[in-house]
Design a protein. Structure first.
Length: 598
């Protein structure tokens, strides 16, 4: 997350956003009907939500086709309570409408955006996310066709004996609209890409080369991107007892520069070398602010999982690369096992950092992926033991959490334990029950009209993607569809069934963020297609963050009167900044939806 908005204001930057679809409801402007702008598959649960900004009597709705003929309804609405800016919400269930087509929903004089029903509404969605990852590449960047920090990464800092040593670590992805890079988010992103391809290869195409430039190379682009992540993670784990965790720090935020001419100064001159931080197992921070690191396992477990998955995936394509990954997976897992605890990101001048507090989830995933790769039983047994340490991702059911406190937001390890099985039906039942408890905890907070039960902390969209992913895993594991309403609502929310009527992925849907918090988008007027923005946050969070001020008039002002806010504004780094790990985190569940069946 960046704090560069402050600088933008200091520079007096102001712009007129490019043209957009009209986000405001038509007709009665006190009522907005929100829909999933990607659309609905014929057999899916289909629920639009009407949000009344002022008291209205809404009892029924109807649906018209492209010729304005009523094809559904009048049907009764289900009246729900207030939520955010809505004094009342109404659930408009049109699941029985299965015929493919493009429709509009009408109620109380308001009309929705077009509603598509078709088998293929999610086709290509997962693949389109990859465009944002390519744009975020460090090292050689295919969008700029130029170097990004290719020769400046990096100088080892905060090491007990080797600080000042140059270690070649160029590559990977910028974490968000700043240019910091983290092993933790990169490893999770890489894992999600590998899992998405492993389980849903049909969702991905081959239109780009390994370097990210256009042109097929015989390798699905999702694997090109995963390999880009793996190659950087290998550099970030150069020796058995040297685990690197972070490249650059928040001194990055001093300038609002394009990545190709980043002029941040880390003490080696403007645009000079960037610092690379190892995991030390101790609190870190070169200046007055410190994190609360206690060990290495949170980072080591994630690297082990990505390496082991990569070794399996690339075995047939590149055996040399796969063997190297397998060896590094074993080594980094052993390092994590020897140093339990968390390795958080390091703050510099700012108090913000990724405050990850859990590591058992990461070691669980590392262990079970090593079991899947090697069939060595000790890894499976270790995975089960780690799983029991954190059965439920602790944010689930909570009102709030620290920044990235429980990360990743869903535990892939439970699904992988179920999938590999280890010959144990009881283990499979245990991990399914772990998932159910988390889903129940979120669902029990989701009685509102939108059926959303997550805490609206920074990157709330990431939590929704994770909730939907966990619900998808659980349904596949058990055949139990008890949470499908909430699973569906989470994805619907991400694609427009939210108070603002905004699809949270740039370029997908009819109405999506046009002015994200991004230097590249702002200065080059480049659309960052595929980028998932952070998403709405509690008003109290927005109002207390440093350096936030909206640059343009808020076109969503009528919908920003409640307890959560979202702004399509370049100045809002809390709700409108595309995030690399959130984007990759969404890939799995979108890939799963691209198939014709759940
Ligand atoms: Ca390719
Ligand atoms: Ca963790």
């Amino acid at each position: 997350m960046t704090r560069a908005g402050l600088l933008l204001l200091a520079l007096g930057v102001s712009r007129h956003p490019p043209g957009r679809g009209d986000p405001a409801p038509q007709g009665d402007t006190a009522v907005a009907i929100r829909v999933n702008q990607l659309g609905y598959r014929p057999d899916a649960l289909k629920v639009a939500v009407a949000c009344a900004l002022a008291p209205r009597v809404i009892t029924s709705f109807r649906i018209v086709d492209e010729h304005n003929r009523t094809v559904f309804g009048p049907a009764a609405v289900s009246t729900r309570g207030p939520f955010g800016p809505c004094v009342a919400t109404y659930r408009l269930d049109f699941s029985p409408l299965r015929r493919a087509g493009v429709y509009r929903i009408m109620a109380a004089g308001a009309t929705s955006l077009p509603v598509r029903i078709a088998d293929d509404v999610y086709r290509g969605a997962a693949d389109s996310l990859l465009a944002y990852l390519r744009e975020q590449r460090s090292g050689y960047n295919p969008v700029f066709r130029d170097s990004v920090h290719q020769h400046s990464d990096g100088v080892l800092v905060d090491h007990p004996t080797r600080s000042g040593e140059f270690i070649p670590v160029s590559g990977g992805w910028a974490d968000a609209s700043d240019y910091l890079q983290y092993g933790t988010t990169t490893a999770h992103a890489t894992t999600m890409l590998l899992l998405a391809y492993r389980d849903h290869p049909e969702a991905f195409a081959d239109r780009f080369q390994a370097n990210g430039l256009p042109g097929a190379n015989g390798i699905p682009d999702v694997l090109d991107e995963a390999r880009w992540g793996l190659a950087w993670l290998l550099k970030m784990y150069p020796e058995d007892d040297l685990l690197l965790n972070q490249l650059a720090d928040d001194r990055d935020h001093t300038f609002w520069d394009l990545p190709v001419n980043d002029s941040a100064d880390y003490g080696w001159g403007r645009g000079g070398r960037r610092p690379v931080y190892p995991c030390t197992g101790k609190p870190q921070g070169l200046f007055e602010n410190k994190n609360r690191s206690t060990g290495l396992a949170s980072t080591a477990g994630k690297y082990a999982a990505a390496f082991a998955l990569g070794a399996g995936e690339f075995r047939a394509r590149d055996s040399v690369f796969a063997r190297r990954l397998a060896a590094r997976a074993r080594a980094v897992y052993a390092l994590g096992a020897a140093h339990p605890g968390v390795c958080q990101t390091a703050p510099a001048r700012s108090p913000y950092f990724y405050e990850e507090d859990d590591w058992a989830d990461d070691m669980e995933l590392g262990a079970v992926e090593l079991f899947a790769l090697t069939s060595e039983r000790t890894y499976f047994d270790a995975a089960l033991q780690y799983a029991a340490l954190e059965p439920v991702s602790p944010w689930m059911g909570q009102d709030t959490a620290r920044h990235y406190q429980w990360y990743p937001w869903h535990n892939n390890g439970h699904y992988e334990i179920w999938r590999t099985g280890g010959g144990s039906d009881s283990a499979r039942r245990v991990v399914a029950e772990y998932y159910r408890r988390g889903l129940e905890a979120v669902a029990s907070r989701a009685r509102n009209g939108f059926r959303i039960g997550i805490p609206f902390i920074w990157c709330s969209n990431n939590l929704l993607a994770s909730f939907a992913t966990q619900a998808t895993f659980y349904r596949r594991m058990t055949g139990d569809s008890s949470y499908i309403e909430y699973e569906t609502a989470a994805l619907d929310w991400l694609f427009g069934t939210n108070p603002w009527g905004v699809s949270m992925v740039i370029g997908l849907g009819d109405n999506y963020p046009r002015t994200p918090h991004s230097v590249v988008a702002d200065q080059l007027h480049l659309q960052l297609t595929g980028g998932l923005v952070g998403g709405p946050v509690y008003r109290s969070i927005f109002e207390h963050l440093r350096g936030i001020r909206l640059v343009d008039a808020d076109e969503y002002a009528p919908f920003n009167t409640g307890f959560i806010v979202y702004h399509d504004d370049v100045g809002d780094y809390s709700t409108n900044e595309p995030i690399m790990d959130g984007t990759a985190n969404l890939a799995y569940v979108l890939a799963a939806r691209s198939a014709s069946l759940p």
